[in-house]
Design a protein around this ligand. Structure first.
Ligand SMILES: Cc1cc2nc3c(=O)[nH]c(=O)nc-3n(C[C@H](O)[C@H](O)[C@H](O)COP(=O)(O)OP(=O)(O)OC[C@H]3O[C@@H](n4cnc5c(N)ncnc54)[C@H](O)[C@@H]3O)c2cc1C
Length: 546
């Protein structure tokens, strides 16, 4: 039977594009397919940071690292969920992928100065950074008509948000307006756009033009081997035959039944593209894929915000939690975690259960802050001086605030008194907020490099509360894959012709998040390995049959 392609890649996030590039350069004819009408997936909405331990730019900057150190670090956070051979493959292949992309495509990486790992005090962790890379600004004019076909996310306003702006690569507290204007005029984009832009350019240069509006619904199999996929398109169903298929269809966070079936606790909001409905998981299950890590997601706290022109929008709350003059409380009006810890780990705090009451101890959770906080930082799209929006609760006193959010007033007052005492003494005795280099980096470093960047009293009326929701960047359970990114069968051994990468797979990182870029890095590294292996095996098979 004649093949349409040697390798097809389903999805157009960063992992997908890297797979396509590598498969092409290994000699394969590559087809690239996307369900949405725009390309880039959540990867294009992201901060575009990539966590590559022992990367070549660290060496250039004289920062020490080694594969062994990085594997030790990852395994220290395993809790029995991480396979060491996959972790080792990630850290050993990562630097080679960076070099390969820089030598063969317009993609360039630079160090994000002093960005610590997310658990930097763990053995093998880096407190002074080096492992997190980002791409410089990319001029979208280079993409021609494709510039308008890269998806842009809801938090991309070019203002003050860490790594979430298409105009990107900005300090957390804003960017010179003249520089912003310059970037806008030239359509120079950073963050996830700065990553997807050059990868897409490299695909187009190789004649790999994404087929948008192609939703993969089924894998084509021959004697148990995967040999293509069926797509739903506006022109009807299309069968595409290929020697191998690489699934890069994102997580299952947008599918209610999968969420209910698999996740370890509530997931109420999603930061990903709406097309990530678990299609890859469904297709892989039908051909007998072994599954892993199904309970996990890349958790992140979110709030609901009314964004002018967009309506209610789920908004990630990351540096905002770490700045002084804010805490989080549970329905009892008590703090329940180090608010400044990394977002993924906070998922665990949201999922704590009360065995007696049989409910979630810390849900609903509330972020509490004062007027001084609002004046310094604002919150999401709201700034001090503007009328308080309906999604934000305001009260003249702590007691009134407690009544409005339904927590015991005496307890909320006691919690805030205790917090203010910790701020005065310079140490959070309950949750050690600010002890980690992570917390201090994410805090307001304009105030200082110590705990003052994150500890600050809540003492200036009026007071505010906003409900925090357990959200996710995407889920990270799915088909188990081997060191080549090949999907494993439930009965053991790889499934001939089937590969997967990104949030569709059982994550190499288990439940943890190594550092900024911890999701895109495995997607890209295993995409790079899968592209190569899929191409080589498909071409070798073809040579045998010809
Ligand atoms: C605001 C924000 C900031 C972030 N910052 C970072 C960061 O700096 N670093 C980091 O590592 N991570 C970051 N993340 C997380 C990261 O973006 C995701 O984990 C990552 O992009 C997932 O990649 P993926 O390829 O698995 O999925 P995606 O990039 O979402 O790609 C999946 C693609 O598959 C397509 N698809 C789905 N089903 C089908 C189908 N049936 N047929 C065809 N196509 C299909 C989807 O439409 C989509 O385009 C961030 C996320 C957000 C929202």
């Amino acid at each position: 039977m004649s093949l349409d392609y040697d390798v097809i890649v389903i999805g157009t996030g960063a992992g997908a594009l890297v797979s396509a590039l590598r498969a092409h350069d290994a000699g394969a004819r590559v087809g690239l397919f996307e369900k949405g009408d725009q390309v880039g997936g959540t990867s294009a909405w992201s901060g575009g940071m990539v966590w590559i331990p022992n990367n070549p730019h660290m060496a250039e900057a004289g920062i020490d690292d080694s594969a062994d150190e990085a594997v030790t670090y990852i395994m220290a956070m395993s809790n029995g969920l991480i396979e060491e051979k996959l972790a080792r493959q990630l850290v050993e292949a990562g630097p080679d992928m960076v070099t390969w992309l820089e030598q063969n495509t317009p993609t360039r990486f630079q160090l994000i100065e002093s960005f610590p790992d997310y658990h930097p005090e763990e053995t093998g962790g880096k407190t002074a950074g080096g492992r997190s890379l980002e791409c410089p600004l990319y001029p979208f004019a280079e993409l021609g008509e494709w510039a308008a076909r890269v998806t842009r996310g809801p938090q991309l306003d070019g203002s003050t948000r860490m790594g979430e702006s298409p105009l990107g690569n900005q300090p957390v507290f804003g960017i010179d307006p003249a520089e912003l204007e310059r970037r806008k005029e030239r359509d120079e984009r950073g963050s996830g756009q700065g990553l997807i832009g050059p990868l897409l350019r490299a695909c187009l240069d190789r004649g790999i033009e994404p087929h948008v509006g192609h939703s993969a619904v089924e894998l084509i199999t021959e004697n148990g081997a995967v040999r293509g996929a069926v797509f739903e398109t506006s022109e009807g169903r299309k069968e595409v035959r290929s020697g191998a298929v690489i699934l890069a269809t994102g997580g299952f966070e947008r599918d209610e039944r999968f969420r209910q079936a698999f996740l370890r606790g509530p997931l109420e909001r999603y930061a990903s593209v709406p097309t990530n409905t678990g299609d890859g998981l469904r297709m892989a299950m039908r051909v007998g894929a072994a599954l892993g890590n199904m309970r996990e997601a890349w958790w992140v706290p979110m709030i609901d915000v009314d964004v002018p022109g967009r309506g209610t929008t789920a908004w990630m709350i990351n540096p905002e939690r770490t700045w002084p003059r804010t805490i989080m409380v549970n329905p009892q009006g008590r703090r329940f975690a180090n608010e400044a810890t990394e977002y993924n780990a906070l998922g665990a705090a949201f999922h704590v259960m009360d065995a007696t009451g049989y409910g979630y101890t810390n849900l609903p959770a509330w972020m509490i802050f004062d007027q001084e906080y609002l004046e310094r930082y604002g919150i999401a799209v709201h700034r001090a001086g503007e009328p308080t929006p309906a999604w934000l609760i305001e009260a003249a006193t702590i007691s009134e605030l407690a009544d409005k959010i339904g927590v015991p007033a005496h307890q909320l007052a006691a919690t805030i008194d205790r917090w203010n005492g910790f701020c005065a003494q310079g140490h959070d005795d309950d949750f050690n907020r600010g002890d980690s280099a992570h917390d201090r980096y994410w805090g307001d470093r304009r105030i200082g490099a110590g705990v003052e960047s994150t500890l600050g009293p809540i003492d200036t009326a009026p007071y505010y509360a906003v409900q925090m929701r357990p959200g996710a960047l995407g889920t990270k359970g799915g088909p188990r894959t081997d060191v080549n990114g090949q999907v494993e069968h439930v009965d053991g051994g790889p499934i001939d012709g089937l590969y997967a990468t990104g949030n569709v797979v059982s994550s190499v990182m288990g439940g943890t998040y190594g550092g900024a870029g911890g999701t895109l890095a495995p997607a890209m590294v295993f995409g790079w390995l899968a592209g190569n292996h899929a191409a080589e095996t498909a071409l070798a098979r073809l040579a045998l049959t010809n």
